[in-house]
Design a protein around this ligand. Structure first.
Ligand code: SF4
Ligand code: SF4
Length: 188
């Protein structure tokens, strides 16, 4: 049965609210790095390239938002799993590091953890600095993450992975990490 846009929006809103209850650390980590993950800009990598990919249904949260620019690219134009057909939505933050934090995307909320499936198919959250064009002090300086942040992020990604599209995307990213022989640190 196809899930309605209203139901989808409700379930994304619930995920956002769960993730709002936790933070990676108990202080404003943006002070450590000048909020580099929001405002990174370099000669070869401009902030406007730092678009955030959305998960299925998240695009519904941005209709009419003044603080994010919602746009899409066709799935045939990027390296995405075959199961993703048609439009892949992204948002750009118009005025980083300021944004409407109540609707920032899942990818941003669970940073600096990213989902990974190992070769046996077991699910983990990892740090993989190679995915970022900058150094996140939490990862680089091994700052301890809050346990509730790790636990909630793990639960949310496990739930999201029940969607075959999300599973396929995580699997594709994980196999690419294997092929590149990327070093990463398993957090859970
Ligand atoms: S998550 Fe990392 S890169 Fe982003 S503001 Fe915090 S310390 Fe800086
Ligand atoms: S959504 Fe907000 S917190 Fe996330 S990168 Fe953009 S400006 Fe920063």
């Amino acid at each position: 049965m196809e899930i309605s846009a209203i139901e989808m929006k409700k379930s994304i809103r619930k995920i956002y609210e769960r993730l709002d209850e936790v933070t990676p650390v108990d202080f404003d980590c943006g002070r450590l790095c000048g909020e580099v993950c929001c405002v990174y800009d370099a000669e070869d990598y401009h902030n406007e390239d730092l678009a955030l990919y959305l998960l299925p249904g998240e695009e519904l949260m941005y209709e009419g938002s003044d603080e994010f620019e919602l746009y899409y690219i066709d799935s045939s134009e990027i390296k995405y799993p075959h199961s993703w057909k048609g439009q892949i939505y992204l948002v750009k933050c118009k005025n980083p590091p300021k944004c409407d934090r109540s609707i920032r995307p899942i990818q941003c909320r669970t940073f600096p953890l990213i989902p990974h499936l190992d070769k046996k198919g077991e699910f983990h959250l990892i740090f993989d600095e190679s995915e970022f064009p900058y150094k996140c002090p939490i990862v680089h300086d091994h700052i301890k993450l809050n346990e509730d942040f790790i636990k909630t992020t793990f639960e949310i990604w496990t739930m999201l992975m029940a969607n075959p599209l999300v599973y396929d995307l995580i699997d594709m990213d994980s196999r690419m990490r294997d092929n590149r022989k990327t070093d990463y640190e398993i957090v859970i």
